[in-house]
Design a protein around this ligand. Sequence first.
Ligand code: ADP
Ligand code: MG
Length: 442
Amino acid sequence: MKNFYFNKFKLKNELLKVIKEIGYIKPTKIQKICIPLFLEGHDILGIAKTGSGKTASFVLPLLNKILLNNNNLQVLVLAPVRELVIQITNSFILFSKYIKNIKILSLYGGQKYNIQFLGLKKKPNIIIATPGRLLDHLKRKTLNLLKIKFLVLDEADEMFKMGFINDVKKIILNIKFKHQTVLFSATMSEKIKKIIYRFMKFPKEINLSLDNYKNILPENIYQYYCLIYSYKFKLNILMKFLEIEKFNALIIFVRTKIFTVKLSNFIEKYGYICSPLNGDMNQNLREKIINDFRNGKISILIATDIASRGLDIKLVDLIINYDLPIDYNSYIHRIGRTGRFDKIGKAILFIEKKELKFLYNLKKNIKFKIKKISIPNNNILLKNRIDKVINLIYKKFNKKINKDFYKNILNIIKKKLNINKYNLNLILLDIIYNNMLFKIKY
Ligand code: ADP
Ligand code: MG
């Protein structure tokens, strides 16, 4: 293939073949810099925008470097959320399609221990895990990290925050072998960077974000804020946006687990196909929801920050921050679920009057334009509804319909009612309009 730029890396043919197959032509900036450094054996701290291809930056060189036909656990990848562990695992599986005798296993909470014991018995070469469950296996001695050669921490800054840091430290202490450590994230505070450096050997720092937020988000996410005068109106305003925004897949971020369920139940009544996603749900359900969302079976996901890190779902083209994120980083990661790899995305932040200070500081910090968006007014809503009715009729206009069947009905109506065509049309339109789930009165 002409202009296939991955040839420049010294990667196995088995890998180049898959890269071609899935249609990657050019490496992204982070891949271009990281892959050679990784292959040369450096420790790396890679900081680059959300959606810029960090996963392949470690998966490809790892698959290239791993020794095959042995039973040693050589690679450990840690990530903060189960769904991300699954996503990374799938990436390993995809890229190793033509590599024989490689064993990949994922370990995360909520998955049955029996399945994990069986997987471990097969002596995997690569494990992708959440820290909690991995530590659990270390304690049970069902796993050891003595032969680990490569340690990867995805969403590294998150992994060194409260809630993960102690587990991560314990895990690292269990790695005896001299290993290469590679960390990735889109955001990284100086404070966390200092802690991280203690765990690395002369790391190469690739910071495509240049220590400020300017390069942290793709330019192709259009950011807006909507001023909400009172909490009381918030839900109603959300419903208005749902009606007028065109989207394939939307994530609405809210603060509490319980509200994900409440909001989802509410929205569902208006005909939207949606689902909550939160950490209290059982693992099978969580996986099913993410799969359905990925495949377009669910079009709205109402989630806590559980869905804010790392998830790469191509269809997501709208993010609504219904509740404020806890900090700027969380904002970056939440809206970074859209606009992935050159796709266009839109993000709307709901902001109450009393929260305006957050917006002010956010704007100052991220140096990105966040434009004001008005609450959709009645004229816009009405126009939108009319357009939808017209569109519906237009679609039918081009399609075959069972004319004889409807002619029959028309004849019956004519016989029973003394009604002219014009009035009948009006009545039919009224029926259509009222059946289009425009149940909200404005
Ligand atoms: P990040 O971890 O930086 O947020 P991901 O690794 O999840 O980003 O990648 C984002 C998307 O871009 C994925 O869907 C991935 O398949 C795609 N992608 C990554 N690298 C390339 C490439 N070189 N060419 C085309 N698409 C790519
Ligand atoms: Mg990622």
